[in-house]
Design a protein around this ligand. Structure first.
Ligand SMILES: [Zn+2]
Length: 353
C-alpha cells in the first residue's frame, strides 16, 4: 500500500511537473483540438452523405408523361453514378395514371440522354379530353373564281329560322348557320331543317356565355363538345367548322385565345370570323342600315363572309335578306356555304400580340 501510495504520489508529482511544462501543455491542447476537429469532420461527412442521398433521390424523381413523379432508387444505393435515365418509366408502362393514355402515346422512349433533354413538359390535361373530338384537316381549296358571298347566321336556331330558310329556298341560295344550344322541340326541328335544306352548319357555342367558355381551354372544349354533340345527334352532321362566340378576338379570351386556338387547330377544326358585318346586333341598327352596310362592304372584297344573326329578335335582318340577295345576284355575285375545304385565312381576325 505504501508502495502504491508512494507510486501514486510519484505519478501525481510527475503529472504536476508535466502539466506545468509549457511545451507539454501546448502538445496536449493540440492533441485535444485535433481530436475535436476529426470528430466534427466525421459528423459532417455523415451529414453530407445523407444530403447526397436526398439529392440523388430527387434526381431520380422525374415527371412521368402524366406529370406525376415516380421515385425510384438504384439498388446499388443513392450514391450510384449510373445514368438516371435507366430508372425512368418507359412510355406506355403502367406507371402513369390511366387518364393520360394519349399523353403516354406521345411520351419519350429512354435513349440514355440526360433526362433534362429527354423529357418534354407534361402535356396539358385538356389535350386528352374528348378523344373523339378530332378531325382530319381538309386540304384547302384554291380561292373560288369570281365574286362569292358566304352568308352566315349566328345564334340560331330560333322562331325566325324556318322563315329565313324559306327566303333562302326561294332564291336557291344556301347559307351557313353557326348554332347555339337550344333544345326546345321547335328549335331542334329548325336545326334539322337547316341541314335538310342543304345549308351548312357549324358550332357557335352551347351556352354563349363568354365569361365562362373562355376561362380556359378545358372550359372552351367542354362547351364546344356539348354543341358539337347536339348538332350531330340532331342533324347527323359531324361538323368540322365553327365560329367563336364574339369572334376569335374578343375581350373575354385575351388570356386564353392562343391556347384555345392551338388546341382547336391541333384537333383539326376550322373557324371563321367575317370580313363583312351587318351590324345587326347593334341596338341602333335598322333594316336600312343593315342593307346598306352589307352591300357597301361586300363591294370591297372579291369574297365576303357576311355576319348576320338569326335570333327571335332579328326581324330586321330577316326582312332585308331578300333585298340583299336580289341586289348581289344582279351584280354577279354567287352564294356559297362555308366548310373546312374553304380557306379561312382571309376571314379570320389576327390575334393581337
Ligand atoms: Zn353569337
Amino acid at each position: 500500500m505504501n508502495f502504491l501510495k508512494t507510486k501514486d504520489g510519484l505519478i501525481l508529482k510527475r503529472w504536476n511537473s508535466y502539466i506545468h511544462n509549457r511545451t507539454f501543455r501546448y502538445f496536449l491542447l493540440g492533441f485535444v483540438g485535433l481530436l475535436l476537429v476529426s470528430c466534427f469532420g466525421a459528423l459532417l461527412s455523415i451529414h453530407l452523405n445523407q444530403l447526397y442521398d436526398v439529392a440523388a433521390m430527387s434526381y431520380h424523381v422525374q415527371p412521368t408523361p402524366s406529370g406525376q413523379g415516380s421515385a425510384q432508387k438504384d439498388s446499388s444505393g443513392a450514391s450510384s453514378s449510373r445514368g438516371a435515365s435507366s430508372v425512368l418509366p418507359r412510355a406506355g408502362s403502367a406507371s402513369g395514371s390511366g387518364r393520360t393514355s394519349s399523353a403516354q402515346k406521345q411520351g419519350p422512349v429512354s435513349s440514355g440522354k440526360p433526362p433534362e433533354q429527354e423529357l418534354p413538359a407534361a402535356l396539358p390535361a385538356y389535350q386528352s379530353m374528348y378523344p373523339n373530338l378530332f378531325v382530319k384537316p381538309a386540304a384547302k381549296k384554291a380561292a373560288p373564281d369570281g365574286k362569292v358571298v358566304y352568308l352566315t347566321f349566328d345564334d340560331g336556331p330560333s322562331n325566325l329560322t324556318m322563315p329565313l330558310l324559306n327566303v333562302l329556298d326561294r332564291y336557291h341560295v344556301k347559307a351557313t348557320f353557326f348554332v347555339v344550344g337550344k333544345t326546345g322541340k321547335k328549335d331542334l326541328a329548325a336545326m334539322k331543317a337547316i341541314v335538310a335544306r342543304g345549308n351548312a352548319i357549324g358550332v357557335h357555342s352551347y351556352t354563349h356565355k363568354m365569361n365562362q367558355i373562355y376561362v380556359s381551354p378545358a372550359a372552351f372544349l367542354q362547351d364546344f363538345a356539348k354543341m358539337h354533340d347536339l348538332i350531330q345527334k340532331t342533324t347527323g352532321v359531324d361538323t368540322h367548322i365553327y365560329r367563336f362566340a364574339g369572334g376569335s378576338v374578343n375581350s373575354f379570351n385575351k388570356r386564353t385565345a392562343k391556347a384555345i386556338l392551338a388546341e382547336m387547330n391541333r384537333r383539326g377544326y376550322t373557324y371563321f370570323d367575317w370580313n363583312v358585318s351587318s351590324d345587326d346586333a347593334l341596338a341602333h341598327s335598322t333594316a336600312a342600315s343593315i342593307y346598306s352596310k352589307v352591300i357597301r362592304e361586300v363591294h370591297q372584297h372579291p369574297h365576303s363572309v357576311v355576319l348576320m344573326h338569326n335570333t327571335n329578335t332579328k326581324k330586321a335582318t330577316l326582312s332585308e335578306v331578300p333585298h340583299i340577295i336580289e341586289t348581289l345576284l344582279k351584280e354577279g355575285y354567287r352564294f356559297e356555304t362555308l366548310g373546312d375545304m374553304v380557306d379561312n385565312t382571309p376571314y379570320i381576325f389576327r390575334l393581337p400580340n
